[in-house]
Write a protein that binds this ligand. Structure first.
Ligand code: 13P
Length: 251
């Protein structure tokens, strides 16, 4: 199965309007002409439409860093799927470990967000990952399975065409401690096998599974060479145009 690589930059809570426009412009330039892969940026909500504007006419996709399940209403602090679309976005990151850990988003809320994104036609970049404690206690696979079953509960095989899974071991995020290519591949293969059980083989074969956690210019090539790693979700290195350009140009 030929899965189109997806290189995604999660800017987290970084960039002023000016910084965002500048960074987006540089990434737009260095991603021009990359016909065999998708590039995606997830800037803060405050600059979604500016970044979309700067990248108009380019192939770069825009995502929000989270999304609500309702279209509008009394949900202070939230962003709706249609707001994302109207700002020029076509995807949303959901269930990032920072949302789970710092803001205590639980499985039920994450599942509602996944459905919200899919209902309104956004691509859902659904994140999962174990903590160091869970890995050391040999709970990695059990934990990932429960996150996947809960987060994707009620999602149909057809809707899975708009889902991307991002495996981000919490211990590798922002720590400079990347999972080895073997560790990442082992988990990605496990996720794909589980998806085949939950949906069907064809779906599991076509879903893109991204790795995230200290992806850098010097480790992206070996990660991307793994058979079940279909892309990267990049934090820190996505804030530096030169680094991110190198990452999206992985060989
Ligand atoms: P770092 O690349 O900074 O480790 O962050 C990964 C991440 O959380 C992307 O969503």
């Amino acid at each position: 199965m030929n899965r189109r690589p997806l290189l995604a930059g999660n800017w987290k809570m970084h960039t002023t309007v000016m910084e965002a426009c500048q960074l987006a412009a540089e990434i737009g330039k260095c991603s021009a002409g990359l016909a065999d892969r998708d590039v995606l940026l997830a800037p803060p909500y405050t600059v979604l439409s500016e970044v979309a504007h700067v990248l108009q006419g380019s192939e770069v996709l825009i995502a929000s860093q989270n999304v609500c399940w309702e279209e509008k209403g009394a949900f202070t602090g939230e962003i709706s799927p249609t707001m994302v679309t109207s700002a020029g976005g076509s995807a949303a990151i959901i269930g990032h470990s920072e949302r789970r850990q710092i803001f205590h988003e639980d499985e039920e809320i994450i599942n509602k967000r996944v459905h919200g994104a899919l209902t309104f036609g956004l691509m859902a970049i659904f994140c999962i990952g174990e903590t160091l404690e869970e890995r050391e206690a040999d709970k990695t696979f059990e934990l990932l399975e429960s996150q996947i079953r809960a987060g994707l509960a009620g999602v149909t095989a057809e809707a899975m065409k708009k889902v991307v899974v991002a495996y981000e071991p919490v211990w590798a995020i922002g720590t400079g401690k990347t999972a080895t290519k073997e560790q990442a591949q082992e988990v990605h293969a496990f996720i794909r096998k589980l998806l085949a059980e939950m949906f069907e083989k064809d779906i599991a074969e076509s879903v893109r599974i991204l790795y995230g956690g200290s992806v850098k210019p010097d480790n992206v090539d070996e990660l991307m060479a793994q058979p079940d790693i279909d892309g990267a979700l990049v934090g820190g290195a996505a804030l530096d145009a030169e680094s991110f350009c190198r990452i999206i140009n992985f060989t």
